[in-house]
Design a protein around this ligand. Structure first.
Ligand code: GLV
Length: 320
């Protein structure tokens, strides 16, 4: 008998086929919307494996309704949507998809940094809205990227990949991290500094930490007020790491130059979100890893993780 699995969203066909060779499979197949909680709760009860996304809240109650679940395979590097402690207590293995998305997410982070610094979305709208009358000395002026100081909070895989890109722009790199002696930064000429020094000195503050109860509102009013009036905040990690109300205030009062945000505390957001109404915010719909190649690799890796556990082999990326 093949093990039963449930996939919480449509994933590429070739991955479905591969999973079908090993498993009896059900998939939430409606439009591209998250599976309703009550359906997920029914499904989780009867399956051996769950293939899920960061939009699925797999909390303690959900985990405890599982009867025979052996693995939760998250198609994401972040896993704050899963109660890891409850999974572990119930003997359920949890896996994720790091590495394959590192470079793509670093590309997007750097693109967002540049778009915010040089006000690219505003400039695009300038033409679309028929506002361009003449070339003018201070029109749509932004902040220089080359030669600026980049402060990376969280020098993990993606943070390091962002720093590598920054070297090409002749940026000065400082970082703050749990572990200050990182071999990965040896070639980057990156200096470890305290969080306070980073906030005070960086022209770009780039938040790259996982979201946990320890990093919730890591960047709040106090931290934002330490930043320079000319500096820019970039967040491509998780929205909850930044206090959005405090961020709104400092941006509105022009106490920092701008913010580039790919993530929000409650996703999805829409045009009525306060941060989106501000001209000095570049907001993206959580597309850090969204390249065709990388999303396929993530889907494939999530499938491999899941199959490995069901076949009692070590999965490539196990969290607990
Ligand atoms: C995306 O945010 C991910 O965690 O993979």
């Amino acid at each position: 008998m093949k093990p039963k699995i449930f996939i919480t969203r449509k994933i590429p066909n070739n991955i479905v086929k591969k999973l079908e060779e090993n498993c009896e499979l059900a998939m939430w197949n409606s439009e591209d919307t998250p599976v309703p909680r009550h359906i997920l709760q029914e499904k989780i009860r009867e399956v051996d494996g769950l293939y899920c996304l960061l939009t699925d809240e797999i909390d303690e109650q959900m985990i405890e309704s599982a009867q025979q679940l052996k693995v939760i395979s998250n198609m994401a590097v972040g896993f704050n949507n899963i109660d890891i402690t409850a999974a572990k207590a119930n003997g359920i293995i949890v896996t994720n998809t790091p590495d394959v998305l590192t470079e793509t997410t670093a590309d997007l982070t750097f693109a967002l940094l540049m778009a915010t610094a040089r006000r690219i979305p505003e400039a695009v709208d300038y033409i679309k809205n028929d506002q361009w009358r003449t070339w003018s000395p201070m029109q749509l002026t932004g902040r220089d990227i080359h030669g600026a100081t980049l402060g990376i909070i969280g020098m993990g895989r993606i943070g390091t990949a962002v720093a590598r890109r920054a070297l090409g722009f002749n940026m000065n790199i400082i970082f703050h991290n749990r572990n200050k002696n990182l071999r990965s930064v040896e070639d980057l000429h990156a200096a470890y500094v305290s969080l306070e020094t980073l906030l005070r000195e960086a022209d770009f503050v780039c938040v790259m930490v996982p979201y946990t109860k320890h990093t919730h509102h890591l960047i709040a009013e106090r931290e934002l007020k330490m930043m320079k009036r000319t500096s820019i905040l970039i967040n491509t990690s998780r929205g909850g790491v930044v206090d959005e109300h405090a961020l709104y205030q400092v941006l509105k009062e022009h106490n920092i130059f701008g913010a580039g945000l790919d993530v929000f505390a409650q996703e999805p957001i829409n045009a009525s979100h306060p941060l989106v109404s501000l001209p000095n915010v570049v907001a993206l719909p959580h597309i850090g890893s969204a390249s065709v190649q990388t999303r396929h690799k993530m889907a494939e890796l999530a499938a491999e993780n899941l199959i490995c556990v069901l076949e009692k082999r070590q999965p490539p990326y196990r969290i607990v």
